[in-house]
Design a protein around this ligand. Sequence first.
Ligand SMILES: NC(=O)c1ccc[n+]([C@@H]2O[C@H](COP(=O)([O-])OP(=O)(O)OC[C@H]3O[C@@H](n4cnc5c(N)ncnc54)[C@H](OP(=O)(O)O)[C@@H]3O)[C@@H](O)[C@H]2O)c1
Length: 369
Amino acid sequence: MSKRSNHAIVFGASGLIGWALVDQLLNSYPTADSFSKITAVTNRPLNFSKSYWPEPDSNRPQLQLVSGINLRHGDGATLADSLKQEVEDIGSITHLYYLVFTAIEDDIEEAAVNRRMFQNVIDALGLVSPHLQFVVFPGGTRGYGIYAAGGSFSPPLNEDMVNNLPLDYAKTVVYPMYRAMLDKASQEKKWTWCEVCPDAIIGFTPNGSQFSLALHWAQYLSLYAYNHAIGPHTKESQATAVKVPFPGNTAGANSLFSPVSSDTIARFMIYASLHPETCGNGRLFNISDNETPCKYGDLWPRLARWFGLEGMGPAEDLQTGSNPLRVGELPQSLSLPLPGEYIARYRAVFEKCGCKNAASAGVGAGTGN
Ligand SMILES: NC(=O)c1ccc[n+]([C@@H]2O[C@H](COP(=O)([O-])OP(=O)(O)OC[C@H]3O[C@@H](n4cnc5c(N)ncnc54)[C@H](OP(=O)(O)O)[C@@H]3O)[C@@H](O)[C@H]2O)c1
């Protein structure tokens, strides 16, 4: 098959990574002739006019948007039937980008449900897409044990560490199960696969996301600004008078993390999928925007300024006086609720102001799957 006939199918196209992946493909990354067709699959309804993807034109790959595919229902065969009915030219699919994730309170059930959904997709494409070449999915630093208090490994987190996860912890994470499933399913097949591992992902979604840090901070800081009478048209001199303490302790402010923008991870996933000889065979790639990690405490003033606020050090430092920068400039309330509680308390403000999507998503808010 010539490159021009590549056909990408993106499951989870409305999510943080999925949206950026479709956006990059529609913007002809890496080259105008890399893909001719893109099928974007979502569970919740998504109208193209509200997707913020580029409008069709003759240079852009063709896009088909298929909504209403809930991977929790049925098995590979029933999914194959639905895809055959819904997806034009399903037999020509060459690249699978799998970006679906359903958060469930019980970790063991979460791993089982997510594993089954991915298995359904692999089984379905095995039945209807004989030209499949590459499968790529994102893991996450959860796969390095970061959900266990104190973590399982000392940073820097190298790719080979994922194979030594403590057993009790490993069964709460789906990524090792994905790897085992793909290893088995790809045996004696023409396709190969890889995994890309981000820390926090910073990006956009048209209708919310289960875990968007950017959305979480935007919810918190915009509500905080609103409640302190700061708006887009407030004069700068007024705005800097409203202070917002870092919503965590000093250890949190000093902890390191390595965010990656959704565009960067999307581009890397596309690149990897077009280079099976170097990136396939189950390889894992850590990815971040910068080699040097950053600190939350350093980012906080910049995030706050975006919303017309002045970001300060952790409230505990302000109370004990150990923050040399801001003693004597205490905000009105140092006993602020945590951001999640604050958002829950004032969420109705978004509806009142006509920002419906802001009310229904964010960290831990779920997307109703
Ligand atoms: N967000 C982060 O900071 C982060 C960090 C590290 C790793 N990761 C990993 O990256 C992967 C993708 O995360 P993300 O942040 O892009 O997720 P996300 O924004 O929450 O998107 C998840 C996608 O999964 C789809 N989905 C959920 N349940 C579904 C179902 N039953 N059937 C079909 N589709 C379903 C959603 O579709 P609808 O919207 O149509 O329901 C949505 O498009 C996950 O494995 C996650 O753990 C994320």
